[in-house]
Design a binder for this molecule. Sequence first.
Ligand SMILES: Cc1cc2nc3c(=O)[nH]c(=O)nc-3n(C[C@H](O)[C@H](O)[C@H](O)COP(=O)(O)OP(=O)(O)OC[C@H]3O[C@@H](n4cnc5c(N)ncnc54)[C@H](O)[C@@H]3O)c2cc1C
Ligand SMILES: NC(=O)c1ccc[n+]([C@@H]2O[C@H](COP(=O)([O-])OP(=O)(O)OC[C@H]3O[C@@H](n4cnc5c(N)ncnc54)[C@H](OP(=O)(O)O)[C@@H]3O)[C@@H](O)[C@H]2O)c1
Length: 272
Amino acid sequence: MSDRIAAAAKLAPSASLTVEEVLRVRHWSEHLFSFAITRPPSFRFRSGEFVMIGLPGGEGRPLLRAYSIASPAWSDEIEFLSIKVPDGPLTARLQLVQPGDPIYLGRKPTGTLVADALLPGKRLFLLSTGTGLAPFLSLARDPDIYERFSQVVIVHCVRRVGDLAFREELESQLAGDPLVQDQALLQFHYLPTVTREPFRTEGRIDALIDGGRLFGHPLTGAEHFDPATDRIMMCGSMAMIRDLQARFAALGFREGSNAAPGDFVIERAFVG
Ligand SMILES: Cc1cc2nc3c(=O)[nH]c(=O)nc-3n(C[C@H](O)[C@H](O)[C@H](O)COP(=O)(O)OP(=O)(O)OC[C@H]3O[C@@H](n4cnc5c(N)ncnc54)[C@H](O)[C@@H]3O)c2cc1C
Ligand SMILES: NC(=O)c1ccc[n+]([C@@H]2O[C@H](COP(=O)([O-])OP(=O)(O)OC[C@H]3O[C@@H](n4cnc5c(N)ncnc54)[C@H](OP(=O)(O)O)[C@@H]3O)[C@@H](O)[C@H]2O)c1
């Protein structure tokens, strides 16, 4: 029996997990890949949420990790963007998946990076580092977000140019997207920035804010963050979130939640 068939034989649905099939895999760099899986008809989520996924672990128990869903709530498939941690218990194996392979999917998505956790506003800033981009790929491809905000900006900060996953799609302002391409052409902006290699925009997000490089053409409105008009979501390294959270709180932004919507929301992209 091949390893692949043996793996399939070990996966069984449970009260908390379904077993899905890998449909596509895209390797972006030696550190990053993305993949799409089947979506069970009963699986409901809001764009921006995360869910547990995994493979069989030791002693017949599933080995699960939290993953942000990178596809929008209306999509037939579920897509993920993943790190490859060389000795990572899950990703050392997950990075080897191929179309047709089985994978566990949790039945209960959740999370705070959802439009419902924010008060109405004009500009939505989606600030990410590394795989923290994932929930924003979901939100930027959801038509609802363009009804709620007149401008939607993804800022993606990575170490190296090769880490700019989905760069082409985002640079094209989601051209060809079946549902949002018309709105995105007018309302969506993408600002990639690289910290450890030469690139057209260099530096961490806080440096871009300090240098005023987040604002101005093609964005309209104030050339600073304004709690009256701006809403913010942050996802990525804990250090980035902590630093920026303090800045936004000092400017009068209030953190939101599902129960009490506010001006900004956060989610760490990993435990580290
Ligand atoms: C709410 C939430 C959402 C998440 N969403 C995603 C996602 O969309 N994509 C994704 O790749 N991971 C995501 N993660 C991280 C994910 O749960 C796992 O940690 C990751 O898949 C690595 O698993 P592992 O078993 O190989 O290694 P682990 O033992 O889980 O991690 C080993 C170490 O690798 C580093 N690391 C883990 N994940 C990342 C990452 N994403 N970026 C940078 N360094 C990392 C940390 O230093 C960590 O201590 C999320 C975590 C949380 C809490
Ligand atoms: N190409 C690579 O070398 C590479 C790529 C991906 C992953 N990895 C591995 O994966 C792990 C995670 O790497 P990662 O690149 O996904 O995550 P990361 O180390 O958190 O870096 C992602 C981006 O966030 C920036 N950043 C870090 N702390 C910040 C803060 N406090 N405020 C603002 N910005 C901040 C980084 O800038 P700085 O560069 O200034 O720190 C970098 O541009 C690492 O252990 C690494 O070994 C390596």
